[in-house]
Design a protein around this ligand. Sequence first.
Ligand SMILES: NC(=O)c1ccc[n+]([C@@H]2O[C@H](COP(=O)([O-])OP(=O)(O)OC[C@H]3O[C@@H](n4cnc5c(N)ncnc54)[C@H](O)[C@@H]3O)[C@@H](O)[C@H]2O)c1
Length: 303
Amino acid sequence: MFERESYDLLKGKKGIIFGPFDESSIGWQIAEAAYLEGAEFAISNISAALRFGKPAELCKLCGDAPFIACDASINEDVEKCFDEVKEKFGSIDFIVHSIGMSPNIRKNRPYEDINYDWYMKTMDVSAVSLHRIISTAWRKDIINEGGSIVALSYIAAQRNYWTYSDMGDAKALLESIVRSYGPRLAKKGIRVNTVSQSPTHTKAGSGITDFDKMYEFSNLTAPLGNATAEECAEFVLTLLSDLTRKLTMQNLFHDGGYSSMGTTLPMIRLVHEALKDDDLVKNAGFDEFAPPDLNPKSSTNSR
Ligand SMILES: NC(=O)c1ccc[n+]([C@@H]2O[C@H](COP(=O)([O-])OP(=O)(O)OC[C@H]3O[C@@H](n4cnc5c(N)ncnc54)[C@H](O)[C@@H]3O)[C@@H](O)[C@H]2O)c1
């Protein structure tokens, strides 16, 4: 729970938040923060989330917010979802897309041996769902003038993060959908942006191989350290509020400065020291991840 006073940033605003699963979810934190700021909203997730997660608990915490079961990869579900939104709220001011899932990552399928049906599922659930949600809400004329749409992204949309696998492709598509939709939504003064968040300990996050190591690395590289889910929620509030009315089609890095860093001196010193330890070097995976002449222990290494 947020312990601070409300700024009433979202007083009188209505919306829908897709993706809260449990307290660790970024979507959960956004919902709690939006409630504190005076918003009224529906919470949505796949129906299985009610059994395995805690969205019903969140609904109670947010003033008995309605829960709408919706698989965002199914057209009919999204149609029904916005019919329900219309019935409950008439029209809304914001949409939060906090949805992501890759069957290939879940089932440890390597990127170079990807299952293409699962690949399409990753794209559909994690990126195309944003298009489907916006199109459906737009067609039903549910989003108010001056409304705001925010989706969650990750830096693997721009850079290679080996274990992020096909989710990197999905995030690139997600960010592209935001750019393609921006001018269309602008006709009604509606903004659409992605927030590229630090690695965060959530159900989706911890499914990534070596997530803890990626988390540590970015925490040590980011000048301000990794941003937590709560901090992400506070930032998202500003994007949903009237304080950011001319901000659209952006991918905003919310990562403690990580995305603008090369490396840090302590990190370089750490690597330098680690290279002196034969066992550490042997187990780091150079054989798998780097060409032989870049392997510090290979015979062709010139260094
Ligand atoms: N955790 C991180 O490190 C991190 C970093 C940057 C961005 N993100 C992004 O933040 C967003 C939220 O993820 P999270 O980390 O809070 O994890 P999370 O697991 O708490 O949330 C992901 C949600 O997506 C829902 N979902 C899955 N398939 C769905 C479907 N077909 N229809 C509707 N909902 C579905 C899940 O039930 C879950 O609630 C995702 O877009 C994720 O990629 C996460």
